[in-house]
Design a protein around this ligand. Sequence first.
Ligand code: FAD
Ligand code: EPU
Length: 354
Amino acid sequence: MHKKNHFCNQSLKDLNTFAIDVKAKKIIFAKTIKDLINISKMCNISNTPYIILGEGSNTLFLENYTGVVIINRIKGIKITEKKNFWLIHIFSGEKWHDLVKFTLNLGIFGLENLALIPGCIGSAAIQNIGAYGLEFKDFCQYVDILCFKKHTITRINKNSCKFSYRNSIFKNQYSNQYGIISVGIKIVKTWRPIIFSSFQKYITLTNITAHNIFNLICKIRKKKLPDPKKIGNAGSFFKNPIITKKKAEKLASLYPIPFYPQKDGLIKISGGWLIENYKFKNIHIGDAAIYEKQQLVLINKKNATSQEIVKLAKIIHTCVFKKFNISLEPEIDFIGPIGKIKSSDIFELKKNKV
Ligand code: FAD
Ligand code: EPU
């Protein structure tokens, strides 16, 4: 039976985890690369703006979208076994957490630290998702992208993806005119568990298995982070700031802030700690609020508008800057009526590495 795959003037509320009730002129579900190419061609001809969404778990729609929102449901996983590793080719509309479970159940271990991260494979590459000592870039071999102008597909090798903390070439140079089609990852057969400092107390030498780490991480995340099915949110609203050693030492002389030294000599500090220690007293703007258990996460308690969320985020940004001299940079993507809006057009971002 033919199921309807496009909708006009419908709410995006169920298609973004912040549960923002704005409309899109058109919503189209794409199940194949051909669907995506056809939608792109149609929009190019009629000069209609379009964006691709996975699960909408890192996105804040600021207003009604005047073009086509393409919901990527291009699926498929192909595993090739080699002597010492597996190569896995995954289409971009697969859900990240489903891949983690799928590989684990096949005895392919390595992705377990990235369990329960919402969103699709395509966005995992764009965002270089990360958690508990691991990032997407640690497995990525290549990313295949579709050019929306020429409708050609190009393979971008991992070294050209310019992955860094919650960043990649797909958020910059290849941001608007390209769609992610599929990715390739490599998992080596010699499994080495990554034991993050905070779960040392739960994992002992006798029970280190990939399944145990997976279960533990799911448990920790369920405790710490709000479930988008119950409370609207997009995970961490801001990134953790990365600052110079000199700036970190100055901060540490004033406050007992936890430090996370990086390989390049810079220091990552906790944005959640900064917000928590500003001690906003029960601050909320309408239904927009700070999640008490994890203060880097902003929530939509019920019917918040994106304006309320942005207003709250701006207050947090300004107050944290005034107190700690640290400029919090948003992690999420802002979508205006015709496309993405740079966070520097919304927030007065300042350089932290000076
Ligand atoms: P979307 O919000 O749908 O899209 C994100 C951006 O990518 C948008 O600009 C969209 O236009 C673009 N895009 C999407 N797909 C394509 C494509 N195929 N081609 C081109 N552009 C595309 N992130 C982490 O890194 N670590 C975490 O631990 C983590 N925890 C989270 C916990 C919760 C409860 C929530 C709600 C979010 C969390 N996140 C985390 C953030 C989020 O899960 C990731 O950023 C995820 O990768 C977003 O996937 P998505 O498919 O929902 O992206
Ligand atoms: N902290 C506080 N108060 C808070 C939150 C954190 O004091 O409200 C301090 C604590 O010292 C805590 C430390 O910060 O021990 C680290 O906190 P947590 O483990 O919760 O991690 P995070 O730095 O807040 C980051 C990612 C998460 C990821 C976790 C686990 C970013 C922006 N966020 O959060 O990713 O799941 O680490 O590795 O890097 C996301 O990107 O959306 C996301 C949820």
